[in-house]
Design a protein around this ligand. Structure first.
Ligand code: SF4
Ligand code: SF4
Length: 439
């Protein structure tokens, strides 16, 4: 017997494409940023050496005089940032900024432990209201300890950029280490206190009223920049609803987004409206909010892709220029440096001593060999022909010249080589007065 034909009712889920994954994606982006900020110095990718006053990239010291590397990197990085501000606005704040991440985490934990109305500080003057069934001392203790623990980790991150990981470990374990600054525990203590204040009280007030970087990012915004678009044709859905505004930590009404509002494109309002529509039986269709790129009001609207390439042209040139300088800097990078200069030792009116100043830019043991070419052996002596470095640093080697050298100009070369194959030479023109003592 044939089975009766079933009526298949198609299930159509009207949601804004991608909004279901937007919130988890944003969380992933926020926590990945924190992880990257910790991994960058820990893996040696980038650090600052305050003792030598240099940057450290993958164990190589980069001096300010490595002009192609320094300039190339900053032009490349700065132009990429400008490109980002102009295309997607202050998206860094919403998707990556550690201040926003920790503020959202603190808000969520406070709500969980003390109730939905437990805002720590509100400029509107609203009182902090603790849910009566959650007002237990245990909840306060858990919240306080969690804030302290996160503050201690946050305050440690900047230190990672100034000390190698093994020194930081000595610092955490209270072990003595000559490389640690004497007052570091005090500096760290002050940083922890500031972070506790920030996480416990300030939170998003920093984003709303104090952050200069957010203002800087907004200065590159135009009508073409990524923004929240509102479907006004279905505005009847919004009667008696403020779900999107309630979800905006900057208290913006996304239905009336402006070029110069402080929206950071976090997308939480889109997710909120979309969820509302997905749950509601009365509201048909997807949510009313979505991300939009480009100005649809323009006469020649080129669409999102056209807008992207139109705006990226000029800045991309700078990005490529910076990248080119950076590559030239890498190719010409010198892992050692040296110079030869006159010492204060004189014999009459003639110099009889030079100093060879050697610098190692690698954070590992290096042996440098010195050789003098173009001068007879009995005309000079070197204090040493081999200099050993345990790590980065500078050392001076004296080059003594024989005061009885024949009168005249003697041209010679000072050659320095390392076992890794690096070599350099320095030309010296020395005037000898033939042993006369005029002074
Ligand atoms: S959440 Fe959606 S429906 Fe509600 S006010 Fe905002 S845009 Fe309108
Ligand atoms: S308006 Fe929407 S996208 Fe902009 S900050 Fe508020 S919640 Fe985020």
């Amino acid at each position: 017997m044939r089975e009766p034909k079933k009526n298949i009712i198609p299930i159509v889920e009207d949601r804004v494409a991608g909004s279901q994954v937007m919130h988890p994606l944003r969380r992933l982006s926020q926590y990945s940023t924190l992880l990257i900020l910790i991994l960058i110095p820990m893996t040696g990718l980038f650090r600052i050496d305050p003792v030598d006053g240099a940057f450290v990239i993958l164990g190589y010291q980069v001096w300010f005089s490595d002009i192609f590397l320094v300039m190339g990197f900053w032009i490349f990085f700065a132009s990429l940032l400008v490109l980002m501000y102009s295309l997607v606005g202050a998206v860094f704040c919403g998707w990556a900024c550690p201040q926003n991440t920790v503020s959202e985490w603190a808000n969520a934990l406070t709500k969980k432990l003390l109730g939905r109305q437990a805002n720590m500080m509100d400029m509107s003057g609203k009182q902090m209201r603790i849910a009566s069934r959650r007002a237990s001392w245990l909840n306060y203790v858990v919240l306080s300890l969690a804030i302290l623990a996160v503050s201690m980790v946050y305050a440690l991150i900047p230190l990672l950029y100034f000390y190698p990981p093994d020194v930081i470990l000595s610092f955490i374990l209270f072990q003595s280490d000559d490389r640690l600054a004497g007052s570091l525990h005090w500096i760290y203590f002050v940083c922890v206190v500031i972070m506790v204040l920030d996480i416990a009280v300030i939170r998003h007030l920093m984003c709303k009223y104090m952050c200069i970087y957010r203002v800087w990012q907004h200065s590159f915004k135009t009508r073409d920049t990524l923004h929240i678009a509102y479907d006004a044709s279905r505005s009847d859905h919004c009667l008696n609803c403020s779900y999107c505004v309630d979800h905006c930590f900057l208290d913006i009404d996304p239905k009336q987004s402006e070029v110069f509002d402080s929206c950071v494109n976090c997308g939480e309002c889109i997710v909120a409206c979309d969820e509302l529509h997905a749950k509601s039986k009365k509201m048909a269709g997807p949510g009313l909010l979505r991300f939009a790129l480009g100005d649809a009001q323009k006469e020649r609207y080129r669409g999102a892709i056209g807008t992207f390439f139109g705006r990226a042209k000029t800045v991309t040139l700078f990005t490529l220029f910076g990248l080119m300088l950076f590559v030239i800097g890498i190719v010409n990078y010198s892992p050692a440096s040296y110079s030869v200069y006159r010492s204060e030792a004189w014999q009459g009116d003639s110099i009889v001593e030079y100093r060879v100043n050697l610098a190692n830019k690698l954070y590992r043991p290096v042996v440098m060999s010195i050789e003098v070419q173009g001068l007879a052996d009995d005309y000079y002596t070197l204090d040493t022909r081999e200099v050993h470095f345990d790590s980065t640093g500078r050392q001076d080697v004296a080059l003594h010249l024989n005061p009885e050298m024949p009168k005249g100009i003697h041209r010679f070369q000072v050659l320095v080589t390392t076992e890794s194959g690096w070599s350099g030479s320095f030309a010296v023109a020395h005037y000898a007065n033939g042993g006369k003592h005029d002074r």
